[in-house]
Design a binder for this molecule. Structure first.
Ligand SMILES: Cc1ncc(COP(=O)(O)O)c(C=O)c1O
Length: 368
């Protein structure tokens, strides 16, 4: 019998996947964690040009200089913090960026503070890095109350993960709260990992990057959601030089470099026309409003999501609700997949057409 690594034994792949496999091919999918749009044509064209021009080899480990320059400008203009092009690594999606950040910082047994409910990968990547995920309870409106954060911090905690707008809650944390987290992180010597992949999809409120307020922040982003490019596997991370130096050691050996073709596509995405982002955001807002109105009319009450493309709904019987919907052709994601405190909820993704959302609402009405 092969003895596999202990740190992987608490990681479970099966939950969500089993659900999707059980759904018929004509099911309405409100379980998706990606835009249902195609990558805009000008971005695809840039990728084709890169292939034709023979940009098909390895690139510098940190990424092509033109792309890192575009990312540097974006951090400065959109996110309000200044770092050099050398302090950026282009990665295979935000996922790799999260992985190399945690690998660079976490020692066995270190605590990583994670909003709960929160994106599933934070818990698993922490375990893969040998750390201990520590749940941060959110209030009833999915706000990470700075007082709750203070209560949760223990002696072995090293990292605070922030994710605004949030998957799965859609919550955008306020400027005052983000400022409070950065002050707490400074006081307790915590490194902040800020996952900002939904920064462009905000309907109420504003996006605030913790790196614009304090120094010890690893900022992670990707073209995945913003430009409907999840399959291109292209993300990026910016941080103070000493962090990048350590992260590069992991990136170099697990990845060498991000896909060359995807890097040219990402360069076009970041520097080309931005109308595609605005129209996706407008469409997501319209779908959010449709879903919110529909669920309100059915008697549900819940915090209205400010961003991303998820609504996190409290339900009396999570498993029963998800299963009944599935049997009636609607896929949703059980809230407990996003942490202990997600139990009793269901995540509804509105990265689906308005007609699918309307049909799903009719089915929800029948099911309840
Ligand atoms: C909050 C959050 N971070 C990171 C990711 C992963 O992004 P990528 O596809 O760029 O690896 C996701 C994907 O669902 C996400 O929701």
């Amino acid at each position: 019998m092969v003895k596999f690594a202990d740190r992987l034994q608490k990681i479970d792949l099966s939950g969500i996947r089993r659900l999707f496999e059980a759904a018929g091919s004509d099911a309405i999918n409100l379980g998706l964690g990606q835009p249902d749009f195609d990558t805009p044509p000008h971005i695809k064209e840039a990728a084709k040009r890169a292939i034709d021009a023979g940009f098909t080899g390895y690139t510098p480990g940190k990424g092509i200089p033109e792309l890192r320059e575009a990312i540097r400008e974006r951090f400065l203009e959109k996110n309000g913090f200044e770092i050099g092009v050398e302090d950026i690594i282009v990665t295979s999606g935000a996922s790799e960026a999260l992985h190399i950040a945690l690998e660079a910082i976490v020692n066995p047994g270190d605590g990583v503070l994670i909003p709960d409910p929160g994106f599933v990968s934070y818990f698993s990547l922490t375990r893969i890095a040998g750390g201990i995920p520590k749940s941060l309870r959110l209030d009833e409106n999915f706000r990470l109350d700075p007082d709750l954060l203070l209560e949760a911090i223990g002696p072995g905690d090293r990292v605070l993960i922030l994710n605004s707008p949030s998957n799965p809650t859609g919550r955008v944390q306020t400027r005052d709260d983000i400022r409070a987290y950065t002050e707490i992180a400074e006081d307790y010597g915590l490194v902040i990992i800020s996952d900002e992949v939904y920064e462009e999809f905000i309907y109420d409120g504003e996006h605030v990057s913790p790196a614009s307020l304090t120094d010890d922040v690893i900022t992670i982003n990707a073209v995945s959601k913003t430009y409907a490019m999840t399959g291109w596997r292209l993300g990026y991370v910016g941080a103070p030089s000493e962090y990048i130096e350590q992260m590069l050691k992991v990136h170099q050996y697990i990845q060498a470099c991000a896909s060359s073709v995807s890097q040219f596509a990402a360069l076009e995405a970041l520097t080309g026309p931005q109308e595609c982002v605005r129209s996706m955001c407008d469409e997501f807002r319209a779908r959010r409003d449709l879903l919110v109105e529909g669920l309100n009319a059915l008697g549900f009450s819940f915090p209205i999501p400010d961003g991303a493309f998820y609504l996190f709904l409290r339900v009396a019987d999570e498993e029963g609700f998800v299963t009944k919907l599935l049997q009636n052709g609607v896929v949703t994601t059980p809230g407990s997949s996003f942490g202990e405190n997600g139990r009793g909820h269901v995540r509804i993704s509105y990265a689906a057409s308005r007609s699918d959302i309307k049909r799903a609402l009719e089915i929800i009405e029948r099911v309840i």
